[in-house]
Design a protein around this ligand. Sequence first.
Ligand code: ADP
Ligand code: MG
Length: 737
Amino acid sequence: MYLCARLDNFFQFMATFRKRALDEAASHQPHRFYEEKASVSEYFGQNVLDLDKMRGYMSQKAFEAVQASVLHGAKLDRSLADEIAEGMKEWAMEMGATHYTHLFQPLTDSTAEKHEAFVSVADDVAFEKFKGTALVQQEPDASSFPNGGLRNTFEARGYSAWDPSSPVFIMDGTLCIPSVFVSYTGEALDTKVPHLKSLSALSEAAASVAQLFDENVKSVKVNLGIEQEYFLVDEALYNARPDLMLSGRTVIGHTSAKDQQLEDHYFGAIPSRVSCFMKDFETEAYKLGIMLQTRHNEVAPNQFECAPMFCDATKAIDQNMMLMIIMQKVAHKHHLKVIFHEKPFDGVNGSGKHCNWSVVTDTGVNLLSPGKTPTKNLQFLSFYASVLKAVHKHHYLLMASVASLSNSYRLGGGEAPPAVMSVFSGSTLYGIFKSIMEMGDAEVSSHSLESIKVVNSLPEIFPDNTDRNRTSPFAFTGNRFEFRAVGSSQNVASAAYVLNCIVAESLKEFRAEVDALEAAGEDRSSAVMSTVRKFVTAAKDIMFEGNGYSREWEIEAASRGLRAIKNVTEAYEVYHEQQTVDLFGKLGVLALNEVEARFEILNETYVKKLQIEARIIGDMCLNHVIPAAVRYQNILIENVKGIKEIFGKDYLDYCSSEIETLKKISKYINSVSADVESLVEARKQANKISNIALRAKAYSRDVKEMMDKVRISADNLEMLIDDEMWPLPKYRELLFF
Ligand code: ADP
Ligand code: MG
């Protein structure tokens, strides 16, 4: 009797633990926190200090210096820095700001900020100041950020330096100054430095090819349109899941009976609570000049997407980072949590960050858009062929640029995207490349009918070129490439600078090839056409029009010599390959020690994240799953004992199902405990390995394998135990509003 009374107390406690979270979640109603203003243009960009506004806060001379630096990357004269800083402070204070911060993007996939007050005091008199030196440079401790050994122990300093190519803005009463982050000795400690350098390399290489067709082209810039996918979870339920809170994903949890199989969520009606949240974060984003254009439900339940209008790559990346911060802040008002993790829930689709990439000249021509004349089309084919060759040569590096622990739960998991790189062109364009490859030397000459026909046939193809292949990780979509393998939580810059670099290298080769042919007496059109043919032929194996998720493609890709990402930590080895080191080195984007540092940091991050997940799953099993299972086991035992008391030796006729359940529960309790122990042991063994790359490999193999095992038993227990007693919010509760 005593035992039963105690058990009763337990159920009540357990039931209320999850139930409290569910009750709280149910009380959260749709609500708008921002006043609805129909005309966004009235407040669009109000928190950004763009060039136009800046003009009013400084002398003409200072303004022109900033302008040259913003528009053309000119070096800023330090003697003007004080005046510029003063102007910025004046604007910021008018906007209600009290602090300033350099905002940089360390190698953590997030942003870093350290706020400093404008206010100062001298002789007991308070006043606001913001000096030029503080605008141009800050000195955060580099040892507290991932640095991959670039920080010597005797010199821990790092510098953040203002990047004028991205405008300053106000967030939460703080003037934010977009910055780069470098070590004391000048090596890049962030994603922005290599990205900015890759943009210059690409500009130079692309302009040299564009000049074959138009001498007036001086520079080329990259445009990015970044689509952001995310999940939303009620805050109360999120707080009741230690795994979501600490690692951003559920490490255990049985799939829900219904999830995405009815395909009823994609593009469905947006739930009111979500719609209120979306409108509110859009309002905040608009104030920061982020031109959000689309919002919709995604494939998985409680999964959504938003996309801004494409813009200059640096701005697009900075804005994406800000958007993620804003979304999280606004979500809090709505009692929601935004989950940016690539695979928060097993069994339903994960989230990505599609990266729409195009290149455009300073004369306004999109080089990936076929034009109306044969010359323009020849230019388009040159750029397209160069991208193809780049992606073919560095396909493994490009895939590795998006490889992370969190993205690995999604990459190659039979959903977007596949583990192996390929380029989808669409049937018409693919047909054109086939006929170019089949052309003989004579036909390639610009005077040949065949080549004119091919080049001329291009403009017709695009209006109806809608056969988009969603299974391709790198698809041409009319006037841009869409790189779909980037993970939803990643800083796009890491993938973008790799893409920029490989294309820059390829374009340089393209120009050199054309120059050589011209020097040998060929006329320009046929020299270009021959080079296009050569590049496309060299890259033909990367082109694939079929289903990227199919088993046949996996086999076919392997036979074409394409390398699939089977294991993230193995993929990181590509950073040691000569062609990778040469690529970054020759373009001046990353020196060898910087590449090495990145390799270290990638492995280190992988280990740390997996270690956290492994600890969480162990804790949850020992502290939540097993205790709940034991309680239910005890009830069944009491029940069987009672039946035996009443029915005596015939008791088995009346409680065989309870006994079967008891056996299963006992079996899974045993296996969970044993597997958690093995998991701890696997971690201990892996931790003994001092080489970080080898430790990461051990983690990816042994620790991951044990985590999978633990999960199976834990999820089975979830299915067996009285729902009332299960302490953790279940998938069906987390995934549906
Ligand atoms: P979908 O989901 O069908 O791909 P979306 O409208 O969600 O389409 O996103 C498309 C993204 O591509 C948007 O961010 C859009 O601004 C961007 N985009 C469109 N044209 C270009 C271009 N020329 N260069 C780069 N990005 C582009
Ligand atoms: Mg898209």
